[in-house]
Design a protein around this ligand. Structure first.
Ligand code: AMP
Length: 287
């Protein structure tokens, strides 16, 4: 596996590749969820580039940025096992060079205002800016992202369409621990007590699926779900049942044929997000 720190070195290497390029952007502290994206790109026949860049502009909370786990050597070893072809490990100056304006105007309508957008102001602008910049550097044929960050996927899909970027977005299913907790770089920061409590997030999402199918209204489901999370010792920020394309609230099973339940909750001082697609007409994972 090649490791590049400079845009120019990565681009020189990319020019020599003959297969389609699959790109997996990450913030590092890699786990099986990230590796699955690499494996998926590999099994699609791509030359795989993974980036590790803890993007300062998408952290609305400076403490969260400071505490974000950083394990570059371990990450490189894991990427090798997943047969990643190149690791791009740029500095902040390389991604945001002085004197070069990499800012882009986005209009995501409601997509970046709801849920995460409400609780993490500025997060999606920072995320979209860095993804746009990285796509401009790597110019991949396929971009692999996880369902775990569902709202992020919807925004990137919108950005790709708005800016006519010639990249296909591929969604990978959420990889979970055996007790259902979605794998996340933040999980290592959970206290033993909170690690025990955290799987309630997934069980509540699965409960919501059954309740909605059984005719319960989405607004009642949200109220009960918040109670379930709170009773288990978490501090939920939101629990919403939304349309999978517009991210606007859905009231019942028949209102939409693409329904996703999304939630964010603090487990101690660790903020966790998760979602489950409750109903989908999407037969493929290509968005
Ligand atoms: P991050 O490093 O958290 O920015 O995540 C990098 C990519 O990995 C994003 O596309 C995430 O959606 C994806 N990802 C993170 N956790 C998981 C998971 N448990 N399963 C699948 N994909 C994931």
């Amino acid at each position: 596996m090649f490791i590049f720190k400079k845009v120019s070195d990565l681009q020189r290497w990319l020019q020599r590749q003959n297969s389609p390029v699959g790109f997996v952007p990450t913030m590092g502290a890699l786990h099986e969820g990230h590796l699955e994206l690499v494996r998926m790109a590999k099994s699609d026949g791509c030359v795989v580039v993974t980036s590790i860049f803890v993007n300062p502009t998408q952290f609305n909370n400076p403490k969260d940025l400071e505490k974000y786990p950083r394990t570059p050597e371990k990450d490189a070893a894991l990427l090798l096992t997943a047969q990643c072809d190149a690791l791009f490990l740029p500095s902040v100056d390389e991604v945001y060079p002085t004197g070069q304006d990499v800012s882009v105007n986005f209009d995501f309508k409601q997509l970046d205002k709801v849920m995460e957008g409400e609780f993490r102001p500025g997060h999606f602008k920072g995320m979209a800016t860095v993804v746009h910049r990285l796509l401009d550097i790597v110019r991949p044929h396929q971009l692999y992202m996880g369902q775990k960050d569902y709202q992020q996927l919807c925004i990137v899909r919108d950005m790709i369409r708005q800016h006519n970027i010639p990249t296909q977005l591929v969604m990978c299913p959420t990889i979970r621990e055996t007790d259902g907790l979605a794998m996340s770089s933040r999980n290592v920061r959970l206290s033993p007590e909170m690690r025990t409590a955290a799987p309630v997030i997934y069980s509540t999402l699965k409960w919501a699926e059954t309740a909605l199918k059984n005719g319960e209204s989405a607004s009642n489901i949200a109220i009960t779900a918040i109670q379930k999370l709170t009773t288990a010792g978490l501090q939920p920020e939101y629990f919403e049942v939304v349309d999978g394309v517009t991210l606007l609230p859905v009231e019942n099973w028949s209102t939409s044929n693409f329904i996703v339940a999304c939630t964010a909750a603090f487990a101690g001082d660790v903020r966790l997000i998760d979602n489950v697609v409750l109903r989908s007409n999407q037969s493929r994972n290509t968005l």
